[in-house]
Design a protein around this ligand. Structure first.
Ligand code: G4P
Length: 287
């Protein structure tokens, strides 16, 4: 069965316009990507939108991705000239290293300011990324309590809210929302697998079969460890049935409740319960 992803990006036109406006105000884009799918979760237009701006790439949700593959992606992005860091915005791992990385990413600007005799002009930054990549979680983790809001005073023209981060950095408090590469089917499937695309768009059972196939090929033994079922089978559907049986996802009359089993399996898959899983590796992308 072919899966078609119909995700009309109407509201993205507005998001892009906002992003274009906001970008004029900043020196640095803190670009969040999902560490499990660093390419599929990138926006195709960001290089164009963000040209002439410094960039810091954060491999967010690094806790859910394969750590060896995270390291490979670090190398990949560094080789492309980006400053890059792994973070877990949910528990704050990696957040402390950001200030240092911001300085690194903005070295040219700081140097330029210095030559012109400009001292202590803060770096202004915005966070950007596709929906669900963790922008709000990141801003909360990074800004935390040690920050002061600036901007908007009552009665004054409505402006942007900046979060003063100390150490010469101001962060726009609303992130830039970017859109993924809608037209690429593989990208759509990977984003659906990590749960970034609205489930109604994709058939969860179909998705779970793809995930089972992917795991058996790339992380042999992972399904077996999590569910204590034999993962060798001619068809992935048989594996889903074994999981359904093991987890009592059965309908009245003892039939398999495929939808329930698939939903449970995908939830485990997305939340790291089957292990740390990377869906993309740099070498494969370069082939
Ligand atoms: P957005 O603003 O870019 O749309 O994303 P948001 O911060 O709302 O985060 C989307 C989901 O990703 C949230 O989960 C959030 O907790 C989770 N998340 C963000 N960063 C990380 C990370 O580094 N590691 C992990 N493991 N998860 C992360 P949710 O399911 O919507 O909520 P909840 O489960 O946290 O309650």
């Amino acid at each position: 069965m072919a899966m078609t992803i119909q995700w009309y990006p109407g509201h993205m036109t507005k998001a892009r316009r906002m992003m274009q406006e906001d970008i004029k105000l900043i020196d640095l884009i803190i670009e969040l990507v999902d560490a499990r799918v660093p390419l599929s979760s990138r926006n195709p237009d960001i290089d164009e939108l963000g040209k002439n701006k410094a960039r810091l790439i954060l491999l967010n949700k690094a806790d859910l991705a394969d750590s060896a593959v995270n390291d490979a992606w670090m190398t990949y992005f560094r080789q492309q000239g980006y400053t890059v860091l792994q973070v877990n915005s949910k528990n704050g791992t990696g957040i402390k290293a950001i200030s240092q990385k911001v300085q690194e990413a903005c070295r040219e600007k700081i140097e330029r300011d210095r030559k012109r005799g400009i001292k202590n002009r803060p770096i202004r930054a915005m966070v950007a990324g596709i929906p669900n990549v963790g922008k709000s979680t990141f801003i909360n983790a990074y800004a935390g309590k040690n920050c002061a809001k600036t901007g908007n005073k009552p009665g004054v023209t409505k402006g942007k809210q900046w979060i003063r981060m100390g150490k010469g950095l101001e962060l726009l408090d609303t992130p830039g929302i970017l859109w993924p590469k809608f037209e690429d089917q593989q990208v759509g499937i990977r984003l659906a697998m990590i749960g970034s695309i609205n489930e109604n768009i994709l058939n969860i059972e179909e998705l779970s079969l793809l995930a089972i196939d992917f795991l058996r090929e790339n992380y042999p033994g992972a399904i077996n460890r999590q569910y204590e079922v034999e993962e060798e089978a001619e068809k992935p559907l048989e594996v889903l049935e074994r999981i359904a049986e093991r987890r009592k996802c059965l309908a009245k009359g003892g039939e398999y409740d495929y939808a329930k089993a698939a939903a449970m399996f995908m939830d485990d898959f997305r939340n790291g319960r089957i292990g740390r899983i990377s869906l993309e590796k740099p070498a494969e992308e370069n082939e």
